[in-house]
Design a protein around this ligand. Structure first.
Ligand code: CP
Length: 323
């Protein structure tokens, strides 16, 4: 690990989240900066939030979108490879976002496309732009962009519990790494078969010198948490030798559990939810999960602008509004 390089990455992420905050307060101002640019959305797996928020982000910047949400309607059914698809789409768009059920699919696309590629979720590996929206939501609720600390550890001192399917939940993996990178303290909460995989634990230890406490039930730690991040059981990813019935319904955040939480704790969830997050919490002021999905739009707007090389435009002079 190169600490200097690592700090550059952190600074870059911080700066672009700050751009997102600027965009969110003046969404209309930035309309027009992606005029004549095209975003290709290659969704080989179902999605509601990621695909639609990327499309919303691009169209709010007056860019265009093209792509597919049903791979069965594409030439993949004829045996076309990811590499060839990447080569084709390079000629049709300026930027790609891809979701795929293979870990590493976005990397393969990036190796064969000559335009920027965003990972919109790859198998049970990672979901980096979800983590950016999550981090942004914490900063907006718990910290101020202006109170930037020299170390950039701007969620330092916060205890963040990640609860649920930590083994197969890609959003949980990216979120854990983001929390550690920005100074939060992690507690992993999962039934034994769903605990965090070794590759995430290794990165947390080697890159961030963090060995999270691991517990099996949220009730053990609920009163300590500033942020409670729940995710669903990823039934579609369970290996054939794991019986879903043994873990289904094994964790639940509801009003009874939240009675023991801090009054200013945040409840987060990348969504969709199934039965691990009670609907009765939706009116709890600590619920931040719909805010997370809303925040994904300015965060993805800033990411698109940054990848299109337009960040200087954002930082210096807002473009004229589109009429
Ligand atoms: N959070 C998230 O990735 O949701 P979708 O699967 O609906 O895109």
């Amino acid at each position: 690990v190169n600490p200097q390089a690592s700090m550059e990455v952190v600074k870059g992420i911080y700066d672009y989240l700050k751009e997102a905050a600027g965009m969110q307060s003046q969404l209309e101002t930035w309309a027009g900066i992606c005029r004549s640019k095209l975003l290709a959305t290659l969704f080989y797996e179902p999605s509601t939030r990621t695909r639609l928020s990327f499309e919303s982000a691009m169209e709010r910047l007056n860019g265009g979108t093209l792509g597919f949400a049903d791979p069965q309607a594409t030439s993949i059914t004829k045996g076309e490879t990811l590499a060839d698809t990447a080569r084709m789409v390079t000629n049709y768009a300026d930027l790609i976002v891809v979701r795929h059920n293979w870990a590493g699919a976005a990397r393969v696309i990036a190796q064969h496309a000559h335009i920027p590629v965003i990972n919109g979720g790859d198998g049970s590996h990672t979901h980096p732009t979800q983590a950016l929206a999550d981090l942004y939501t914490i900063i907006r609720r718990k910290s101020k962009f202006e109170s930037r600390k020299p170390s950039l550890a701007f969620i330092e001192g916060l205890t963040v519990g990640i609860c649920g399917d930590l083994q197969f939940g890609r959003a949980a993996h990216s979120f854990a790494l983001a929390v550690a990178r920005f100074g939060g303290n992690l507690i992993h909460i999962a039934p034994k078969p769903l605990q965090m995989p070794l590759w995430v634990l290794a990165q947390l230890e080697q890159c961030h010198e963090q060995i999270p406490l691991e517990v099996e039930s949220i009730t053990e730690v609920i009163d300590r948490l500033d942020v409670i991040y729940v995710n669903r059981l990823q039934e579609e990813r369970l290996p054939p030798n794991m019986d879903a019935a043994t873990v289904r319904g094994s964790y639940l955040l509801n009003a009874a559990v939240m009675k023991h939480a801090k009054p200013d704790a945040m409840i987060m969830h990348p969504l969709p939810r199934v039965n691990e997050l009670a609907y009765e919490l939706d009116d709890d002021p600590r619920a931040a999960y719909f805010e997370q999905s809303a925040n994904a739009v300015p965060v993805r707007m800033a990411l698109i602008a940054s990848l299109m090389g337009l960040e200087q435009l954002i930082l210096t002079q807002p473009p004229e509004r589109d009429i």
